[in-house]
Design a protein around this ligand. Structure first.
Ligand code: PAF
Length: 281
């Protein structure tokens, strides 16, 4: 695996490969890699001639400065894991390399209601920051396919929208959420949980699973309210538990088999914010 610190050197390397008609899969990450990321690398490996990953903890997408400072960093382990998984290239830039004009004002992306719902509402500015960095990464890498995890359900929708705004050719491949044996969705932020919090954290999956199990016997509001109560009782500070139309995140009045629906949750244990989602019907 070749490590590129300079975006321009990676772009030059990839231009050469493109001339040889190599297809390119791209896995953007913020590091602190886990098996969920490696699944993305494996899928990318299976679907393309070349796989490139990036590790960059993007300052512009953190609406909470402490969350940014405390974001886990395990760079040596990450490099080893990527190499072992058969990744061909890794972009490991610094802030100046990614934002040569500074992290201040940048392009504003029209994300419509994606920006005001759920994650957009609770993390103002977050998706603009995601778009800024992913736009830059797509310009540098110009992949045929970009691999994203379903755990970040709304982010996948935002990146699809970004791709249509900027007219990129990249196809989005969404891969399933990987879970620990007790159901907790794999996430880099799980590394920050202490042993007690780690035991409690599974509650977020259990609350969503209960929604799934009771979807045919209870009303939507009742399902959402009982998930919030069960999380609160376990010590979570809940941002939301919502059942929505999976195609546009609009709230639904009742669960019907005609529409794909998803239950999404975001909640804190201390200052660690966890998100998860599961498909219903
Ligand atoms: O999901 C992430 O790790 C980040 O939001 C991404 C897509 C790498 C952009 O910084």
């Amino acid at each position: 695996m070749i490590i590129f610190k300079e975006p321009a050197s990676l772009a030059t390397f990839l231009n050469e490969k493109r001339r040889l008609q190599k297809s390119l899969g791209f896995v953007p990450t913020m590091g602190a890699l886990h098996a969920g990321h490696l699944l993305l690398i494996n899928e990318s490996r299976a679907g393309n001639d070349l796989v490139v990953a990036s590790i960059f903890v993007n300052p512009t997408q953190f609406n909470d400065a402490k969350d940014f400072q405390k974001y886990p960093k395990t760079i040596e382990k990450d490099v080893y894991a990527l190499e072992k998984a058969g990744c061909d290239g890794l972009l490991l830039p610094d802030v100046e390399g990614m934002y040569p004009d500074g992290t201040g004002n940048g392009q504003v992306y029209d994300l419509g209601s994606l920006e005001t719902k759920l994650e957009g509402f609770y993390r103002p500015g977050h998706f603009q920051g995601v778009c800024r960095v992913v736009h830059r990464l797509l310009d540098i890498v110009q992949p045929d396919r970009i691999y994203l995890g379903q755990k970040d359900f709304q982010q996948c929708m935002v990146i699809k929208r970004l791709i249509s705004i900027i007219g990129s050719e990249a196809k989005v491949v969404v891969c399933p959420t990987l879970r620990d044996a007790d159901g907790l969705a794999m996430s880099s932020r799980n590394m920050r949980l202490n042993p007690d919090q780690r035991l409690t954290a599974t509650g977020i999956y259990e609350a969503l699973d209960e929604v799934r199990q009771n979807q045919h016997t209870k009303q939507v509001q009742e399902l959402e309210a009982s998930a919030v109560s069960s999380l609160t009782a376990r010590g979570f500070r809940v941002d939301y538990v919502k059942i929505v139309d999976a195609s546009n995140l609009e709230p639904v009045a009742q669960i019907s088999s005609g529409k794909k629906m998803v239950a999404l949750a975001a909640a804190y244990l201390d200052d660690i914010r966890l998100i998860d989602n599961i498909f219903l019907n």
